[in-house]
Design a binder for this molecule. Structure first.
Ligand code: CP
Length: 320
């Protein structure tokens, strides 16, 4: 039974159930820090964290930065535009040069699957995967688990269906690993062209029709159609996709009971999800974003060697 995370957080596939539970439990006391007037505790004072975002991001980049600042770490943001990556510097050379300036951790988002792993094998600093290609997005998976656990009290035997573009989705992979390890029942639903060929090997139920998925599920995690990763030919048109697979109020009403609505963002309103569903009474989409800060604080704290039983004390009094 491993009660620490090790050097890096690269995905949920390599984590044990105990490690996932450890992160979720450590996130609990950190939630309250963001509700304070002075949102700062000294837990990571003196640590330097570099956020390497080589792909667009709003939620993940900003929430990592908030998490780092709220733990009193010093942070630097590096993007491909404006850095020497534009002049052809490699990822590893960039990271090693940053390490020469005595950093402690790297948070990386990259379009290449495996980029975080590649970097973690080559630098001393802790590496956190903030989304690598179509591989994994572990902190998104963790904040989704935390949001579900907040709502249902437990993840065991809860029925969660991941809807849409599973093929291109690192969020789907992290959710499937995390949910199954925590004892949830997991399904996917989407056009055959947007499901991985080996999806059955993940141990999930596959629904061909959104109506069946809604009838079965207690929660829907609705994925963005990743148009930028599609070379064409996956779906006839966005309108057609919405007509056949869109999560609409009308379809949800037919279930005759509440279904929790989640989306990792950014949303294509009117494509995979209608606005009255996204903004409806059963939507926890903004709760997911709020939980993202606490989950990232927990991951940073644990990777820095923070003891989980001291997380409550670590948040102690606000910095003045
Ligand atoms: N959910 C998510 O990863 O959003 P961003 O791309 O805005 O970070």
């Amino acid at each position: 039974m491993t009660k620490t995370l090790g050097k890096d957080l690269l995905g949920l596939e390599p984590l044990s159930t105990e490690q996932i539970r450890l992160i979720l439990d450590t996130a609990e006391p950190f939630k309250e820090v963001s509700e304070r007037q002075i949102k700062k505790v000294p837990a990571l004072r003196g640590m330097t964290i570099v956020n390497l975002f080589f792909e667009a991001s709003t939620r993940t980049r900003i929430s990592f930065e908030f998490a780092e600042k709220r733990l009193s770490a010093d942070t630097v943001n590096v993007g491909s535009s404006g850095s020497s990556v534009q002049k052809g510097e490699t990822l590893v050379d960039t990271a090693r040069n940053l390490e020469a300036m005595r950093i402690n951790m790297v948070v990386i988002r990259h379009s290449a699957s495996g980029a975080a792993h590649f970097l973690a094998d080559r630098i001393q600093s802790n590496v956190i995967n903030a989304g690598d290609g179509t591989h994994e997005h572990p902190t998104q998976g963790l904040l989704d688990l935390l949001t579900l656990r907040d709502h249902f009290g437990t993840l065991e035997r809860r029925r969660v269906c991941i809807v849409g573009d599973v093929l291109h989705s690192r969020v789907a992979r992290s959710n499937i690993w995390g949910l199954t390890k925590m004892g949830a029942e997991v399904a996917v639903c989407g056009p055959r062209s947007l499901l991985p060929k080996d999806i059955a090997e993940f141990g999930v139920i596959v629904f061909k029709r959104i109506e069946e998925a809604i009838e079965w599920a207690e929660a829907l995690n609705i994925l963005r159609l990743q148009l930028e990763r599609m070379q064409g030919g996956y779906i006839p048109s966005l309108r057609e996709y919405n007509r056949v697979f869109g999560v609409t109020r009308e379809r949800l009403d037919r279930a005759g009971r509440p279904v929790l609505i989640m989306h990792p963002g950014p949303m294509n309103r009117g494509v995979e999800i209608d606005s009255d569903v996204a903004d409806g009474e059963h939507s926890v989409i903004l709760d997911q974003v709020t939980n993202g800060v606490a989950v990232r604080m927990a991951v940073l704290y644990l990777l820095a060697g923070g003891r989980p039983e001291l997380a409550d004390a670590a948040k102690g009094a606000s910095e003045r």
